[in-house]
Design a protein around this ligand. Structure first.
Ligand SMILES: O=C(CO)[C@@H](O)[C@H](O)COP(=O)(O)O
Length: 233
């Protein structure tokens, strides 16, 4: 019995929620879970369809980037996950999807504007779209640099990854995270819903006004009290 059985099971369960929520097709995307005490994280194997994925297929990686356990190749996004786990020590899980509306905003290289209270319930900023990566970053260790593109963009904007738990990568797709992988999955589903609402609102009324500042903080604060679901940071 693997010492990582529980971690693999949690990672498997999170990955299987992605197609169930309509956030991925076939082999798109991946979810990961970290065990900081053991210095490892579990991640979906590369190219394995969700339809045939098994808990024993989940790959265990060291936070240093070495395969610890598993006979399949880890996700092609593994280094991106590793950068975030190594630099944001409050996160427990990461999800990457190609969900349709969030990916459409990412391909358009646009932040998702804060148009309504559904968005304000979850963060008080526009959902950031990190700019296209430089040719040098692309030519380098692309997946590692993708993680740094996220870190650098949050630092540039002065955004807290404890409040904003989601990002779009230009011409790629979204990443989300949370204190648990279940929260990261929740954030991916909420991101897709906000992206769809914002697209529809902007199509119905081009130049639609943003939610009033006074309402943004009020909505966020009332949803992030000590005993609220969202309050589980
Ligand atoms: O972002 C991408 C491809 O654009 C990847 O997330 C794939 O969607 C899944 O790759 P694997 O995890 O199967 O390697």
């Amino acid at each position: 019995m693997s010492q990582y059985q529980e971690l693999k099971q949690a990672c498997y369960a999170a990955n299987m929620q992605l197609p169930q929520l309509g956030l991925v097709l076939f082999t798109f995307g991946n979810a990961s879970v970290v065990d900081r005490e053991k210095g490892v994280f579990a991640i979906k194997p590369s190219g394995v369809p969700y339809a045939t994925l098994r808990p024993e297929d989940i790959v265990i990686m060291s936070l240093g980037g070495k395969i610890v356990e598993g006979d399949k190749r880890p996700s092609s996004d593994t280094k991106t996950h590793a950068v975030l786990f190594n630099h944001w020590d409050h996160i427990g899980g990461i999800v990457h999807t190609h969900s349709t509306y969030a990916t459409a905003w990412a391909q358009a290289q646009l932040d998702i504007p804060l148009l309504g209270t559904t968005h304000a319930d979850h963060l008080t900023a526009d959902i950031p779209c990190a700019p296209p990566m430089s040719d040098a970053m692309i030519a380098g260790d692309y997946e590692h640099q993708t993680g740094w593109q996220i870190l650098n963009e949050f630092q540039r904007r002065g955004l807290s990854p404890r409040e904003a738990e989601m990002v779009l990568l230009s011409n790629h797709a979204p990443f989300t995270w949370g204190s648990t992988v279940e929260k990261a999955v929740y954030n991916s589903a909420v991101l897709e819903e906000i992206a769809r609402m914002a697209y529809l609102s902007s199509t119905l009324r081009p130049g639609v006004p943003r939610l009033k500042d006074a309402l943004i903080q009020k909505h966020y604060d009332r949803k992030h009290g000590a005993n609220s679901y969202y309050g589980q940071s």
